[in-house]
Design a protein around this ligand. Sequence first.
Ligand code: C2E
Ligand code: CA
Ligand code: CA
Length: 678
Amino acid sequence: MVFGTGTRPSWVGMADNYQTEISVREFLPEIKAAQATAIMAAVKSSIYFNLCISASAVLIAVVVNGPSASMFVWLAIAHTILALRLSFQRGMDARFVAAGRADTALRVLSYGSFASGMAWAALPFFIMDFNGGGKDAFLLLIMVGIAAGGVIRHIAYSPVALTFAMPPMMSIVLTLAVEGSSASTILALNVVGLLVVLYKSSVAGEATFANNELGKLRATRLANSLREANADIMQKNARLEVLANCDPLTGLSNRALFSSRLREHIASADAFGQEVALLIIDLDRFKSINDTLGHSAGDSVLVQTSARLRAVIGSKGEIARLGGDEFAIIVTGTDAARTARLAARDILKKAKAPLTVGGGAFVIGTSIGLAAFPQHAETAEELLACADMALYEAKERGRRRLQEFNPRLKSQADRQRQIELDLEEAIRTGSVEAWFQPQVLLNNREIVGFEALVRWTHPRLGYITPPEIVQAAQVMHITDKLTAHIAAAACRLLNRLPELGLPEATVAINVSPREFSFYSLADVLGLVTKQHGINPALLEIEITEEAIIDTSIVGNELKRLEEAGYKLAVDDFGMGHSSLAYLISLKIDRLKIDRSFVEGVANSRHNQALIAALIGIGHTLQIDIVVEGVEHEEDVEVLRVLGCRIGQGYLYARPMSPDKLDGWIDAHRQTITARAVA
Ligand code: C2E
Ligand code: CA
Ligand code: CA
């Protein structure tokens, strides 16, 4: 029998096969505590019951046998043991031993019940001429009863039950066996049978108790873990909600939350007759900061900008980051448009102060578009589109400004949208075509080349400007198609030029800087020139200066074009900020000096100085110079003196459709001859 130490309890595995021993061991301390608590509760009443029974046993014995000192000695011993057990019990109760040190409690309880059991076992020996089969049978009855009662009361833990029940039962067997009569022998055998039954019931009873307890503990643990899992899920959900609605970098609302808030505000403004104003804010040239100073510098700009916006807006509106460098502010109330206008001016004023980025100080220009409900739009989507149009206009008009929406912007946007929708089909059917403007030597007007310029007359919208076409192609991601279409026209002209007596003339096409990131120009041109059997050295690619800023994509693509043998020209030279290092590292063939420097050059010392400087750069780098926008004869002489060789402009010819070229070339030859003769 186990006296409640850490060894394997007898009940493990009984009555419940599927409970593995390992999982039982996990719960053993709690089961022991439950056993100790149950036994403590049962033992107390057992002790009182024992006090009464032992007293009445002695009383009956006195009646049957007459008084004797030994019986009172027994009673005194039995009661002392019970009293000691009671006081131990109290002590353990006070110290919560059952819960904290269940093993100890069970051991003490077992010792106590053993002591009482032994006292009951000793009772027959304290009675003179004990006769279990005769006059003292009642005592045996009481002892059997108390033993059986002990087993039932202490079903939770068999050692307590058995240490109490076994000694009196064995004592009964012993006294009956000693008597030797056949009746007492039969009785003794019966009691042995009873003893076995009691033993088995006690062990089985403990197993049932422990298994019940195990079931309860498992259920509780399951409930607890479900509760914890639930709490965990709730917490994760809350975090996901924050993530779903919040921009992690700036802590501002993101686009998703912004859209739903805007819709809510418009619904309530509609109901209460109020206004909703929307500001869309965009940082100028944020992309180049990101590209040149790195993403952490870009992040820092965004964080500092959001702090500035918060400082200006405070509780007057809700700020969101829509993505990239685009922010939005929703302002509500009866006077929302006015409040938003004032806030926007404040933002523009604050934006003039530099931000610290990557150890340096930078002024980041800010453009703002403003639109209001119900003045400009009826729905959230419309309001956002209007504010976007206003922002676009602010950027078009030179950035660093606030632009309010007006209906003209809407019709402009509608026009752009229509252009976007129809462009691809127009390229396919040939409505979009290339016109050509000649380039001539300034000294004798001899034709040396042509520039291809895109032309499209829309059936409904009329003349569409080249920048509108290029912009639409970018929006629709068909810049490769547009460029291939113009390049093909350039190749067709190149193939005709020898017949026209101009075997060495070049044809230039324009490529917008942003195209490089969408497709490989070298691949597209490779295909087109191969199809037409063109020598790449006769095809010139004009790239606006902006494209020469060094990004790896542009760099790679330019290198490939150069290696393929195309002529490269830098367009609008002097306007932007091409890095000299780049001009040197690339084999640029031509610099095209922008029209704005050429205008009125004969009478402008300033423009003359500028052109002289630009030509100086060209000569040093051994790059040919072309001047654009030559309109007046008087400027030609000055340009020649300054060192320009080739010119292009209305003075010589406007861009013309390919079918007009033959006639013009003939007429031009006659003019040259006439001039030479004169
Ligand atoms: P750009 O490359 O600077 O082209 C020269 C522009 O100046 C042309 O305008 C041309 O018509 C105009 N021009 C030429 N000579 C004179 C002159 O003497 N006086 C004045 N006032 N203007 C003159 P256009 O055709 O409207 O093109 C505008 C811009 O659109 C071009 O500027 C070019 O950057 C772009 N572009 C034109 N065609 C294409 C194209 O096929 N692809 C791309 N990506 N861009 C193109
Ligand atoms: Ca050009
Ligand atoms: Ca130009």
